[in-house]
Design a protein around this ligand. Structure first.
Ligand code: BT5
Length: 348
């Protein structure tokens, strides 16, 4: 366990908490937004020699950051829009605890897997700790499905310790998805919709997915990992084509790159407010907002129950206070579904 913990922590750069030249050079380059920063300027800022700067730059490259030399004009990060920057996220945050401690990596297997491992290895991690990676090699969706995670996307996992019974976790996933919708709407004026139970759609295409996982016993939650994947600056050619649901990225929809740091902070700002209300008062007070942003209300859908061939077809009525999808089956019959795979019926 100690080795796993050491390896994991070596992969991530903590913010705040790392004043090493490596981290300071990285943040200087990221805030320069692709413009070269001279070795001399970095050396003066850090109070070290230029050869020492070169040594740290090499470490950053080994770590996975694409730092390049621009002749004698200095160093820059190629495709800087593909990167978030923890100090810039912090500048945009209005939260008390979400994202106030960030573990940042250029790449990893899965931030959700890392978060769960770290929760076991370091029980004292602060609530709202954010693991953020710029790409994932083993990104996961529900039921061990793959989450395509190339550089340019947002891949993050929040560690939370709510005092909730496990049965409330599906509702938390909706709350997180609603926060992503609100951040996309307020940031870009796009009509992002929540697709029950854990997707965010724009124009019927999936731009984000949520994966909430819990640590603990059957009746008691020790902690929760809320995994959020957003297709931010991903080229359409890098998105899955064979996905059950058509995928899209914000870059594709907007025709330009987005500021990932600002978007991450906005998701956290919205989520913290909603999360606090949810843990105090349940889903009910949030339902009007969620319903106003729910995809397919009034439309005919098919819901396949997870792990079975059981299929239910009906008209989406809404969501109940437990986070279940309410379907109208006709003849005054209604059902509330706890989990499943929703698809729009071709005929509607
Ligand atoms: C999800 O699962 O939508 C949850 C995705 C959660 C990803 C985050 S990223 C940070 C954290 N670390 C992780 O390892 N995971 C979380 P699900 O509803 O099961 O959807 C998975 C399905 O979406 C796949 O089977 C594909 O059809 C499709 N898909 C895969 N990658 C996609 C992408 N980038 N964009 C849109 N659709 C995708």
């Amino acid at each position: 366990m100690l080795r796993v913990k050491t390896e994991l922590l070596a992969r991530y750069i903590p913010y705040p908490g790392d004043d090493s030249p490596r981290a300071r050079i990285l943040y200087s380059l990221l805030s320069a937004e692709g413009k070269p920063v001279s070795g001399q300027a970095l050396a003066e800022k850090l109070g070290v020699t230029r050869p020492a700067i070169w040594k740290w730059i090499k470490r950053l490259i080994q770590h996975g950051f694409p730092v390049e030399a621009a002749g004698n004009r200095g160093y820059f990060i190629r495709d800087h829009y593909d990167f978030a920057s923890p100090p810039q996220i912090a500048d945009h945050l209005t939260t008390d605890f979400m994202g106030r401690y960030i573990l940042y990596a250029p790449e990893t297997g899965s931030t959700n897997d890392d978060a769960k491992t770290l929760m076991d290895a370091c029980p004292g991690l602060p609530e709202g700790t954010l693991l953020l990676a710029e790409s994932q090699s083993r990104g996961r969706g529900r039921l061990s499905r793959q989450w395509v995670s190339p550089r340019g996307g947002i891949f993050m996992s929040l560690i939370l310790y709510p005092s909730l019974p496990p049965a409330r976790i599906p509702a938390l996933s909706l709350v997180a998805g609603y926060s992503v919708c609100l951040a996309i709407q307020s940031g870009f004026g796009l009509e992002a919709k929540l697709k029950w139970p854990n997707d965010v759609l724009i124009g019927g295409r999936k731009v984000a997915g949520l994966l909430c996982e819990l640590r603990g016993e059957l009746d008691k939650i020790m902690g929760i990992v809320v995994g959020i994947g957003i297709n931010a600056n991903i080229d359409p050619s890098d998105l899955p084509r064979d996905a059950a649901y058509p995928a899209a990225s914000l870059q594709q929809v907007l025709g330009r790159k987005v500021d990932k740091s600002a978007l991450i902070a906005s998701v956290l700002n919205h989520f913290e407010q909603l999360y606090v209300r949810f843990t105090e008062n349940g889903l009910e007070p949030l339902l009007p907002g969620i319903l106003g942003n729910l995809a397919y209300v009034g439309q005919q859908v098919t819901v396949k129950r997870a792990g079975t061939s059981e299929v239910q077809t009906g008209t989406v009525v809404g969501i109940d206070p437990e986070g279940r999808l309410v379907l109208d089956l006709g003849n005054s019959l209604r059902v509330a579904l706890e989990a499943g795979e929703l698809t729009l019926r071709a005929s509607s």
